[in-house]
Write a protein of this length. Structure first.
Length: 185
């Protein structure tokens, strides 16, 4: 196995794990904690001793994260702003160019247009974007960023972008489901 192929395989595995993590975090899976509170902990059951929890899969490496530097955050904001501006003028080909190579390889432009118009329509009419919680994953170079925006100056939405650094700069590798979080002016 070549070193490059092995590196790509590892990067794709980490990317897949991050996508699953983004979906898990943004889909409101915190209800599991309240469900678990009703269950009697194993240590409280007769005849069982309490032992420290071991990781479920100790062979998986821990994913290192750090806050984005200002340079990385600015570059990601530029990409997201540029893609959103492309949606606003109906230039889906230009918007598609801000998608990562792996996204483009798996989603043709016709499907991209359907996804945006069907699930992310408010992005087309967005009047302002706000960025926060930029997290950088150094290996491979990935980042997530929370983006809030208003549709037509009224409804406030939020989503989390998964970004990947490419030779062309930061590109969108995916986004969480669009969530309405309130009303604004």
């Amino acid at each position: 196995m070549s070193a490059k192929w092995s590196s790509n395989l590892q990067a794709n595995g980490i990317r897949a794990a991050l996508i699953v993590m983004v979906i898990f975090v943004t889909s409101g899976c915190s209800s599991a904690q309240s469900e678990n509170q009703a269950v009697t902990p194993e240590a409280d059951q007769p005849g069982q001793s309490q032992t420290p929890e071991e990781p479920e899969n100790p062979s998986e490496p821990e994913i290192e994260t750090i806050d984005c530097s200002q340079v990385i955050q600015s570059a990601i904001e530029t990409t997201v702003n540029s893609q959103t501006a492309s949606f606003a003028v109906g230039d889906y080909e230009l918007a598609y160019s801000y998608a990562s190579p792996s996204f483009q390889a798996s989603v043709p432009i016709s499907r991209f247009i359907q996804i945006i118009e069907g699930s992310y329509g408010p992005l087309i009419q967005s009047s302002s974007l706000g960025f926060e919680n930029c997290v950088f994953y150094p290996e491979p170079e990935l980042a997530t960023m929370d983006v809030r925006f208003t549709e037509a100056g009224v409804t406030v939405y939020a989503l989390r972008y998964l970004m990947v650094e490419t030779d062309e700069g930061w590109r969108v590798d995916g986004a969480s489901a669009l969530t309405e979080i309130g009303q604004g002016t």
